[in-house]
Ligand binder design. Sequence first.
Ligand code: BGC
Length: 738
Amino acid sequence: MKQKEQTCIDLKTDRLLDRVNDLVERMTLSEKIGQMSQVTGMGGLTDNLRLAIQQGKVGSILNEVGLESLNEIQRIAMEESRLGIPLLIGRDVIHGFRTMLPIPLGQAASWNPELIKKGARMAAIEAASEGINWTFAPMIDITRDPRWGRIAETLGEDTHLTSVLGTAMVEGFQGEKLSQGDSIAACVKHYAGYGYSESGKDYAYVNISESELRNVVLPPFRACVDAGVATLMTAFSDLNGIPASGNEFLLKKVLREEWGFSGFVVSDWDAVKELKVHGFAEDNKMAAFEALQAGVDMEMVSTCYQGHIATLLREGLIEEKIIDQYVRNILRVKFELGLFENPYTKAADFPVSGNPEFLQIAKQAALESCVLLKNDYDKLPLRLENIQNLAIIGPMADDAYEQMGTWTFDGKEEWCQTPLQAIRAMVGDRVNIHVAKGLETTRTKNRDGFEAALEAARKSDTVLLFMGEEAILSGEAHCRADINLPGFQNELLKEIAQLGKSTVLVIMAGRPLTLGETKDYANALLYAWHPGTMGGPAIADLIFGKASPVGKTPVTFPKVVGQIPIYYNQRNTGRPTREEDITFMNDIPVRAAQTSLGNTSFHLDAGLEPLYPFGFGLSYTTFHYHNIQLSAEQINLGETLEIKVELSNTGSRAATEITQLYVRDIVGNITRPIRELKGFQQVHLAVGETKTIAFQLHTKDLAFYNRKMDLVTEPGQFNIWVGGDSNASLQASFWIKK
Ligand code: BGC
């Protein structure tokens, strides 16, 4: 091995760009291509990997874990490669590292950016303490299709909510500044359109108009770029015939030219090579060409860049200045992370993972992620003094692994506290608990466990059921065409319901399931998503009233799968349906005349409404919205409107409400959604308390991309609603003057 050259650490100037440029000038082509290559460490530190790092052929590694091995990998890069360039160590830290938070969709149900930021900070600290300096999160794909398994990883269906919560995650991961030792670089993904995969099938074709892209899909990416996210990952998708990993419009025009993104872009796993499979490039060389041409700085796992950049340069298909630019983008992030100065990790510099403070964050996140969907006769919270015998039934009641959800490579199953454990700990010997799984797993299709479950229920005055989906039924490549409760869960629920006991159903799942049938089998329904390490204690607190539910649906719950895509911010259409227009199939007279139903837009068998709308969630108290007031009836472009509303706690418990502001732009150069979320706030109210809540709405918050793809706010009338979900009825109007 050649004598190690002087590295950037020794440079006279501290100025980042000079350091980057200086380093690039001293790099060979092979070293530059190395920086643009990310390899998988899944095989461990093999001789081949060691050699590749020594030769400067690796810029980043993903999926190698273990502090000792990662420090050794950095040492090889720093001491045994010619230029001593540290590696980016990537890992999917998606919703916690060792301490698991709820799945991202669950976190989104908290509508609490501060809490989400805290969770991401905790995850960053745990990951950084084990040598990881880059996470492939947050996932900010907008989706309206719960069949898609990756909905679990999203922050829901809404552009504004995703923008706010995605930004909070970026800030949490990256900390005050990237160079602080416990920061890790964030990576927003998947750019762009992945969440619109046809029929909710992973990796499928995506067809999105530029208008929809710019108005719905791209704004969260823009928000995270503005918040300083260090990196961005391309989507696997074929977007309108131009796969995202070879899409110059997305990566150059929008990302670099319009938004001025200065971090770097990594392809998704093998996505460069897959340009060939898409039928977009004839071979790996041309796949590398298309990705380079489009603006992909780093290739994840596949080796088209390694194998073909030199040839592409030799043949004059690309210019070396492009390569230099991409290498600069990558090195800049390495410098910003302070890796040249501090490439190694000392566990002693960090708090231990899973410490009480972290567990408390995970518990609070789980608690605020739970959404109370139904609570007939105020069954919840349960009052311990009224219960002597409690049945705890269902495959998700005591399954630490499954409650962690998807993407939990590093999650500590042994730290998880299940609902059964937590309830036992809470009630002690004050209540007799009768446990029966009923079904071995959520997918079980036999009645072997039914009798034991029914027996447990018969012996009890109250029945708690824990059902849902196992972790493997959502997440990447785990899509479903039927999103009912799987297996014989509905059958078991039905038989238990027939016993006429007080029944509370808790569902843990990676997506909004279709609960049209299910909801009728329980008096109360609490949706806990996959709640992570502290799911049990959080759920126990809610069930027994130590806390009141806060969560609101971050996504619309369809009644049946045929309603998909169903989302709150639809367009009005030329023939909107009023409640009174809806006629269900069985109510149509035989041989009714063709036009007798009135020809409006709804399903004969499902009507118009979803099962639960976006933004919905009950509390143990009741809230009343009243007295909406605007600071003006008319404002000018460039001005801010203040919207004030009074919110009263009219129930018998102190509780927190998530107040939501929706707007409709009545007439537009393109048609505008019937409602769009523009703001939300968490408000805590004591019993009987009334608070005035104020929202500020600037005219730029009402901007959209018009027919010419210009971002404009148009004068005219706007309607406003404030309330506790997307059906809020308290309304006012204002005008923007011409
Ligand atoms: C996923 C990405 C993930 C990457 C690395 C891919 O299969 O689509 O979201 O970050 O793998 O594990």
